[in-house]
Design a protein around this ligand. Structure first.
Ligand SMILES: *[C@@H]1O[C@H](CO)[C@@H](O)[C@H](O)[C@H]1NC(C)=O
Ligand SMILES: *[C@@H]1O[C@H](CO)[C@@H](O)[C@H](O)[C@H]1NC(C)=O
Ligand SMILES: *[C@@H]1O[C@H](CO)[C@@H](O)[C@H](O)[C@H]1NC(C)=O
Ligand SMILES: *[C@@H]1O[C@H](CO)[C@@H](O)[C@H](O)[C@H]1NC(C)=O
Ligand SMILES: *[C@@H]1O[C@H](CO)[C@@H](O)[C@H](O)[C@H]1NC(C)=O
Ligand SMILES: *[C@@H]1O[C@H](CO)[C@@H](O)[C@H](O)[C@H]1NC(C)=O
Ligand SMILES: *[C@@H]1O[C@H](CO)[C@@H](O)[C@H](O)[C@H]1NC(C)=O
Length: 824
């Protein structure tokens, strides 16, 4: 078959092209020009048909020989990438600017531009044959009942009998795309292509795993690893998934909502009737939901599974490390070099011989490799961890966590490497003694500071964005072009040459330009209508007044009208808002869009039924214990996500009960995150502009002129959870015994500490909100109090991270568990 795959790099003057296009038939008569199939593509005047009857065929030479669904949404026929002699039998969206394929019959085995045919044979089989008559693909099983092949309006190609009964359908054999109404079941999977225009099966797949959970998995030549849902969320509760429903079925409906039996649910940000969407496994391992903008023919991203690409496993291969600089890139650790500099998927190889004796270690800060732990041990020192590694010849490196718990992981292989300033730990790479490590490492970075920098930009911007001079980064995606999965590598080379010459990528790129956000730009009139001229006020916060509204598609929203201090430039506003719009977590309020028109600046959020936490805590109605615990835990998770996991390491800067909203199940959702960044910064010299938080919840460093880090949120969170326990505002001031003003918080903390030290058994009962009348879990309460007190430490270094807070509370989810952290 290799013999038939030639490359024709065509390059004709446009005048010739125009003449040729005018008369399609010429194409068939001049064999030497047949290869200029490019030209034939544009001329179609034949009546479109949606059905192929038994015994007839489609041929590759005639570009108008296609099936088109009755409503003209989908077309099915021979597809190729301009300039290459390789054709796939595929279904694509008729109206997208670039042909966007949604299904492919012969993804692994393209056919020639001459003589290839798709035939609905008399025996009922649909067969794709190459020019030499070999079968590239065929439907199975065959049935003489088959009467016709039809392309339905849903994009489903079906073989039907006379009565319209479906005997075979393309929906049962998805490639990398799921269409609306196409059910995704146990037996199906979506598998990425190798690269943008390379359609063979790549390494990343979406499928239901044996635990009934829909997962994204990397299955490479050396390893296999699940990367979504995040392997860090060990419990079902944490991921919002369940493994109890074994029906293993998921579907994207034609409103743009995706529902899976494992509890996963999401919706396109432009959800509504008649949107043309598709859920696609992108070749970089990202699962993305797109909607077609019918007027421009461009695809808009309306949801994506991963915000951080470095969380995709396998991207940088063995020993490689993924990091943001600021786009994701692969690099090699010191004394390693790329195995294949054109293909980072092949990873890095050591420039030294690995030996067991006489080793020493080089430190890579904030680097970790996921998986392949020989052993993990808690509560040991760095020295002991080092000894563990030295004592085991399999150990190539060890990871040591700097969260004060002394976790030590020894590694037998190094895969899925990433560097993130949010990762609190270092990796120690084992090297033979002879190797000098005076050479600075190319993975050196300074600690992370948040992106919310209304104080002093130079002070806060992480410097790691710039100090990569020594490194030999190659843009991550280049690997896509280099994997030679076709029979003739030259084919690939040919494309590349052609692309370079004709600038095709730019053109094709256009078809895929995304507005890189999951949400919409609303018009002012639309929001005015939705809120009935801003009639119903829900509340007003630091950034403006919030109104209730109902969109045309019946979604209830909260519309926030921003005050004057918002960033003035449209560019900056758009950038900030689209970053916020990308952030998606069950404990963060979802932003659905915004409006920027004349002087109007509005943000559109999902409306939450139960309002803010303060209304349920400090008033006559009050939350029961279970809900309070859920609020404490959920808020911790939301913050941990903002601080550690999301794209930009957002610091909230104004955590308080008013900014914690509750949905109908009392699940907490943090609101107003990211807004600190939207407000105008740089009122130079003005101290006041620093003060963003709310008195009583503000960490001491705000007043002390120290750089603001994520620990300010930890402090505010501490105050909130202590309030949850006590049921009163601790942010208020009171007068103490000696007649001096003292904050309720200080009083509470010293009371709790005192009682605890005395070892009084009933200390918890005396502290917890008396309105609960003793109906609460002692263990959970004790744990929250201890966490809360550690969060409000004056010294921010003594405060825990939100990630570890979430872990401690998770351990307490079971009310009977003894989970309180050990006391100092
Ligand atoms: C999806 O299914 C529903 C209900 O069966 C139908 O009304 C709708 O037209 C279908 N949508 C598409 C795009 O086929
Ligand atoms: C399992 O999931 C399916 C599909 O989402 C749903 O219809 C069914 O009710 C679920 N079963 C249980 C027991 O929750
Ligand atoms: C489609 O794109 C155009 C131009 O960018 C824009 O004006 C229009 O609002 C978009 N339509 C939808 C439905 O997003
Ligand atoms: C996921 O893929 C889409 C489309 O290629 C892209 O817009 C988005 O930025 C990707 N996400 C990440 C984390 O790379
Ligand atoms: C892990 O290390 C400990 C010593 O710290 C040892 O007792 C244990 O057997 C090791 N476990 C494994 C699986 O090697
Ligand atoms: C990182 O760089 C700083 C100065 O730029 C240097 O002091 C430090 O030793 C370096 N760390 C490592 C691990 O090379
Ligand atoms: C910001 O911080 C840098 C370094 O600490 C300092 O040199 C600069 O003057 C500061 N800028 C302002 C506006 O305070």
């Amino acid at each position: 078959m290799g013999n038939f795959l030639f490359i024709y790099i065509t390059h004709l003057p446009t005048s010739v092209a125009a003449t040729m296009a005018a008369e399609t038939s010429v194409c068939q008569e001049i064999p030497s020009i047949i290869m200029l199939f490019l030209l034939c593509l544009s001329s179609t005047a034949v009546e479109p048909r949606s059905s192929l009857s038994r015994g007839s065929h489609l041929s590759v030479e005639d570009a108008s020989d296609v099936l088109t669904s009755q409503d003209n949404t989908f077309t099915c026929g021979f597809y190729n990438v301009k300039g290459a002699n390789a054709y796939w039998f595929a279904i694509w969206y008729t109206h997208s600017m670039e042909k966007t394929t949604v299904w492919m019959a012969n993804r692994e085995k393209p056919v020639n531009d001459r003589g290839s045919r798709l035939t609905l044979r008399r025996d009922g089989a649909m067969v794709l044959t190459d020019v030499d008559g070999s079968t590239a693909w065929q439907t199975n099983p065959t049935s003489t009942e088959v009467d016709s092949a039809d392309l339905l309006n849903s994009g489903n190609l079906v073989l039907r009998d006379r009565n319209g009964k479906i005997l075979w359908q393309s929906f049962d054999y998805p490639t990398d795309t799921l269409l609306p109404n196409q059910t995704f079941t146990n037996s199906k999977q979506l598998t990425t292509g190798i690269g943008k225009y390379m359609f063979g099966s790549g390494y990343f797949s979406l499928f239901f795993d044996e635990n009934n959970v829909l997962t994204l998995t990397y299955r490479g030549p050396e390893i296999s690893s699940i990367y979504w849902p995040s392997p860090d969320c060990s419990t079902i509760f944490e991921c919002g998934r369940t493994n109890y429903n074994s029906s293993r079925v998921a579907v994207l409906d034609d409103m743009g909502k995706f529902v899976s039996s494992d509890g996963l649910q999401f919706g396109a940000s432009d959800m509504g009737v008649g949107i043309k969407g598709l859920l696609k496994m992108d070749f970089d391992g990202n699962l993305t939901l797109y909607s077609l903008n019918v007027s421009t023919g461009l695809w808009v991203v309306t949801w994506e599974a991963l915000i951080k690409l470095c969380n995709v496993h396998g991207l940088c291969g063995r020993n490689g490390v993924c990091e943001y600089t600021p786009s994701p890139r692969c690099s090699c650790p010191p004394h390693f070099e790329p195995t294949d500099s054109t293909d980072w998927g092949k990873g890095c190889k050591p420039k030294f011989e690995r030996t067991c004796k006489d080793s020493h270690f080089v430190e890579l800060t904030h680097v970790d490799y996921y998986g392949f732990d020989i052993n993990y041990t808690q509560a040991i020192s760095l020295q002991q961890c080092r000894q563990l590694c030295l004592g085991d010849c399999r150990c190539q490196a060890f990871s040591y966590r700097l969260d004060g718990k002394g976790w030590c992981y020894t590694k037998s292989s190094l895969f899925n490497g990433y560097k993130s300033p949010a990762f609190l730990g270092n990796l120690y790479l084992r090297l033979p003694k002879e190797i000098q490590t005076t050479e600075p490492t190319n993975l050196n970075a300074s600690g992370h500071v948040c992106s919310i920098n209304m104080i002093n930009t130079t002070e806060i911007l992480p410097s790691y964005h710039t100090n990569n001079q020594r490194s030999t980064f190659v843009f991550l995606y280049s690997f896509a072009l280099a994997i030679g999965a076709f029979e003739i590598p030259i084919l690939v080379l040919g494309w590349w040459l052609l692309f370079r010459k004709q600038g095709v990528p730019d053109l094709v790129e256009d078809g895929y330009r995304t507005i890189s956000s999951q949400f919409r730009n609303f018009s002012y009139a639309e929001l005015k209508g939705a809120t009935r001229k801003f009639k119903e006020v829900l509340g007003s916060g630091g950034f403006g007044v919030v109104y209730k509204g109902t969109l045309e598609d019946a979604r209830v929203v909260a519309v926030k009208r921003l005050g004057d201090e918002v960033i003035q430039g449209e560019e900056g506003f758009w950038a900030e808002v689209s970053t916020i719009g990308k952030i998606n977590h069950m404990n963060l309020v979802r932003m659905w869009g915004f409006c920027w028109e004349a002087k109007h600046r509005l943000l559109v959020y999902k409306f939450l039924e139960n309002g803010s936490l303060d209304k349920h805590l400090f008033s006559t109605s009050f939350l029961g214990w279970k809900d309070r615990f859920r609020v404490a835990y959920g808020t911790a998770r939301g913050l941990a996500y903002l601080h550690h996991e999301c794209l930009e390491w957002v610091i909230h800067c104004d955590i308080k009960p008013e900014n914690i909203l509750l949905d109908n199940k009392y699940e907490p959702k943090i609101s107003d995150f990211g807004l600190a960044k939207l407000s105008q910064r740089g009122v130079t010299g003005s101290q006041v502009s620093r003060i963003r938080g709310t008195k009583g919840y503000m960490a001491p460093e705000w007043a002390m002129n120290l750089p603001i880090t994520a620990k300010v949120d930890v402090y505010s969170y501490g105050v909130v959870i202590l309030e949850l326990v006590k049921g009163i505002r601790l942010s208020d001031w009171a007068v103490n015994d000696s007649g001096e003003p003292e904050s309720e918080l200080n009083r509470f903390v010293s009371l709790a500490r005192g009682r605890f030290r005395k070892g009084e058994k009933s200390w918890v009962d005396e502290i917890v909100d008396p309105r609960l009348r003793g109906n609460f879990s002692r263990n959970q309460a004790a744990s929250i109090i201890e966490v809360g007190i550690s969060c409000v430490e004056e010294d921010r270094n003594k405060r825990p991270t939100m990630e570890s807070v979430a872990q401690v509370l998770l351990a307490c989810e079971d009310e009977t568990a003894i989970c309180a952290p050990e006391n100092k």
